[in-house]
Design a protein around this ligand. Sequence first.
Ligand code: PEP
Ligand code: MG
Length: 561
Amino acid sequence: MTSLRGVPVSPGRAAGVVVTMPPPVPEPPLARLPESADAEEAAHRITQAVRTVTADLLERADRAAGTAADLLTATAARCADPALARCATALVRERGETPERAVWEATQALIDQWEAADGHHLDRTRDARHVRDRIVAELTGGRPPGIPEPGHPFVLVAHDLAPADTATLDPAQTLALVTESGGPTSHTAIVARALGIPAVVAVDGADRLTDGETVLVDGSAGTVHRRPSAEAVAVATVTHPFREFSGHGRTADGAHVELLANVADLASAKAAVAVGAEGVGLFRTEFLFLGRAEEPSLAEQTRAYRSVLDAFGGRKVVVRTLDAGADRPLPYLSDGGEPNPALGVRGLRAAAAHPDLLERQLAAIAAAAAATDAQVWVMAPMVATADEADWFVAHCTAHGLDRAGVMIEVPAAALAARWILDRATFASLGTNDLTQYTMAADRDLGSLATLSTPWQPAVLRLVAATCEGARDASSAASGPRPVGVCGEAAGDPVLAPVLVGLGVTSLSMAPAALGDVGAVLATTTTERCRELAHLALGARDAATARGAVRAALPVLDRLGL
Ligand code: PEP
Ligand code: MG
């Protein structure tokens, strides 16, 4: 048995047959139909292929749920766009091009037309190319792009996954995920954890894994074993049920620590309800906007928000307003030409540049909130200054949304928490971005994984600074300014007691992590949490901090964590 090493990002062990992501569909050569060929018949093949691909996408949309269903439906609509078939069949009839070449050129012609009319729209162009590749694969008998569907459970091996691909991952079929690229808080890692799929990213040598070979993936240890023994496979195949969550987060001395879930749509909200999450600490609304050419209408937004609020009737739901830009570009918002998009017009900055869009989103959230009895809190992503926070709170208040807060994801905001929390009524630490910006390490780069960890004492000191700022703001405002964590750090059962010791009052995570985090907190007193926080803050580096906390928390071994 040989092993590959990577960064563990989603726990669990699974063994199965490798299926690799298909390579990009190659550009068909510039070739003409042979003299003897029937151009009408060749044009008909295009119409047929378009029909088959559209029907296939719609069928998959029917089987999917939530964001995946929306994305597949939107792609099917792009495929069925009559302009594409009209233009491609004309190229066959008039210029004698092969059907696959004609589809390729027709797509490019359409993209050029759109760009000439109203500029570059990243998502629309990407969707059009995706549809093109599917039709060309259908015409040439090649492998269709996107997540493979081999008809049996498999271990997916990829260079990396695009957000649109991850949205269509089927956890019932995907036993484990192995990628060559990606960091611990990359989109791929977050989705794998949310779906409970064991995953290892930044695997050196992942490109050497071949279709059909059996591997054993250990998402806790960060290893991929090739040619595992039958016994190892048998052990890994026994399902490891998630530890159950009692539905109430508390420390050993009875202090309440809200344990909440991160959700993106109704499907993930249902999963969170099923495991007993106390509420939602992060509703990532951008998934409703991604992968489409236009902003969803007010009515559609209201329906989507309401469905999640209804699932959590009576409980707290923290809705994050649109976090577009950087790794989540939107054609109608983002400037595709930014040289450093992670430092560009993203999050609240994009909302400030398009206040009408924020207005519509807040109106939809307010309408959804009015129709349910969930306790709706609203927060803005990527806030850097007190002025930005005040601006956001004023907009929320105008819509009757009184629980208006901010995410702390930028070091400047952590250091200015005292002033930011003057008007904002709560803060939620987005440790994924906070780590990225503190360490100047792109969260999507697997090669920087040792820097990209919230265990970095510098990041923990910013968490402490935020909690301290919140305490000062609470006294000034004569009311509590709670601070939660909704980055991936919250779901790390070793780090959770440290965060509580630093002063955090709620933790929001992938639903599958609630049981482990709840179990560790239930056996750790608040005083012990403070001691652990002190240990971690005083460490010289991330590995030392983690090692010291582990050594001081023997319960982790007893719980098998
Ligand atoms: C974060 O940055 O920690 C966060 C929760 O936001 P996202 O991962 O969606 O950027
Ligand atoms: Mg973030």
